[in-house]
Design a protein around this ligand. Structure first.
Ligand code: NAP
Ligand code: MG
Length: 405
């Protein structure tokens, strides 16, 4: 056994719920702890602990992320009414991801893990398309009404300083219809822009941003202007030095170009575009369990996780004593993403190269036909394909990893 590799600074670890909590422990026990001398600042975000601490543990975990800058998070239950009953909760606690994002103020970026034996639905997407979704405002924070009688709808802004309200006519209704008011904030758009530029530079990939500013000449144009200004002032030199580019285009042109591209860019999307496009990309690339996710804060904090949830159905099977074939790839890549970022901040290339070895071993496992159930359904048919149980999948990765150390 070779000497363990030292991780210089603690990583913030946020444990989670259900099947992902089980796999999280397996990943640590098999792929990390035997090889790494690593301090973690551990927070149990499992639902019981959140309830017991009145959700303080989530806030503590976010604050710790501000201190150490790098966190890895397991999937967690966002309680609904059924969960309140199931876990006998004091109340319906908010989504931990929402709470953490509220404190760290960031953007979530997703990217698929590509393997040779799972072809994306779009043939030419040979590189991952990373997607960043603005997560504030627009239609997600709207005010709407139904109009049933004739009348005039106006947009009215009343300044707090007592000056004259500004009014603009939206529509004179002669027959029934619907109305909607939406907004966004320059600060939030700017934070989003900074997170996107940070991520693209970090990954050394081009950044594409798209709005509909030809039609929305004030609202969408504001997004475009804020991105452009931020780029010119703070990122242009860094992007040029890294050999990457910032590219703005209309949303419809972006969609058309993405379909024809080979991938390999960050696609920054407004809130609604990102909602729709991220689901399209996840499905086109094969499996949600092959999708990684990272929260990048404009203040330089990074929180890595899987894009999927706690895989509740598999957990109930597990509780009933049945074997499951659940995919741990995205959880593994959450850890390796966090380790690589930690290595970069600490200047410890041996940690980064170990993380890379885990990723290589995981990809090789899948490419050699050792598959979990979700991958069996989407992988190219091959006589060597074999469905394995959750723990055997991780075992295989470990065996390959051992040969590389
Ligand atoms: P989910 O956990 O993502 O699972 C949905 C389905 O996708 C599963 O039933 C399974 O399909 C498949 N799947 C997802 N991940 C998989 C994996 N690693 N390996 C194999 N199959 C996988 O979504 P959910 O069941 O709707 O949500 C469960 C809980 O997760 C909810 O309480 C929700 O609040 C929480 N959640 C948390 C996060 C987060 O913390 N970031 C995100 C989303 C949801 P089959 O059953 O067909 O095998
Ligand atoms: Mg969606």
């Amino acid at each position: 056994m070779t000497k363990k590799i030292k991780v210089a600074t603690p990583i913030v670890e946020m444990d989670g719920d259900e099947m992902t909590r089980i796999m999280w422990q397996m990943v640590k026990d098999n792929l990390l702890l035997p090889y790494l001398d690593m301090d973690v600042d551990y927070y149990d975000l499992g639902l019981e602990k959140r309830d017991e601490t009145d959700d303080q543990v989530t806030i503590d975990a976010a604050n710790a992320t501000m201190e150490y800058k790098v966190a890895v998070k397991c999937a967690t239950i966002t309680p609904n009414a059924a969960r309140v009953k199931e876990y006998n909760l004091k109340k319906q606690w908010p989504s931990p991801n929402g709470t953490i994002r509220g404190i760290l103020d960031g953007t979530v970026f997703r990217a698929p893990i590509l393997v040779e034996n799972i072809k994306p639905s779009v043939r030419n997407w040979t590189k991952p398309i990373h997607i960043g979704r603005h997560a504030y405002g627009d239609v997600y924070k709207n005010t709407e009404m139904k109009v049933t009688v004739p009348g005039v709808a106006e947009l009215v802004f009343t300044p707090s300083d007592g000056s004259e309200p500004i009014r603009k006519k939206i529509q004179e209704f002669k027959s029934p219809g619907v109305l909607q008011g939406i907004h966004n904030l320059d600060n939030s758009i700017k934070s989003f822009a900074i997170s996107c530029f940070t991520y693209a530079l970090d990954q050394k990939i081009d950044l594409w941003f798209s709005t509909k500013d030809t039609i929305s000449k004030t609202y969408d144009a504001e997004f475009k202007a804020i991105f452009e200004e931020e780029y010119e002032v703070n990122w242009k030199d860094k992007f040029e030095a890294a050999g990457i580019e910032y590219f703005f285009t209309l949303i419809d042109d972006a969609v058309a170009r993405v379909m024809k591209s080979e991938g390999g860019m960050l696609w920054a999307c407004k809130n609604y575009d990102g909602d729709v496009m991220s689901d399209m990309l996840a499905s086109a690339y094969g499996s949600l369990a092959m999708m990684t996710s990272v929260l990048v804060s404009p203040h330089g904090y990074f929180e890595y996780e899987a894009a999927h949830g706690t895989v509740q159905k598999h957990y109930y099977k597990h509780l009933a004593g049945e074997k499951t074939s659940t995919n741990s790839m995205a959880l593994i890549f959450a850890w390796t993403g966090g380790l690589k970022k930690r290595a970069e901040l600490d200047g410890t290339p041996d940690v980064a190269s170990f993380a890379q070895k885990i990723e290589d071993a995981a990809i090789e496992t899948v490419e050699s036909g050792i598959l979990t159930g979700d991958l069996m359904r989407v992988a190219d048919p091959d006589p060597k394909n074999r469905q394995v149980y959750t723990e055997d999948f991780i075992d295989h990765i470990r065996k390959i990893l051992e040969t590389r150390l």
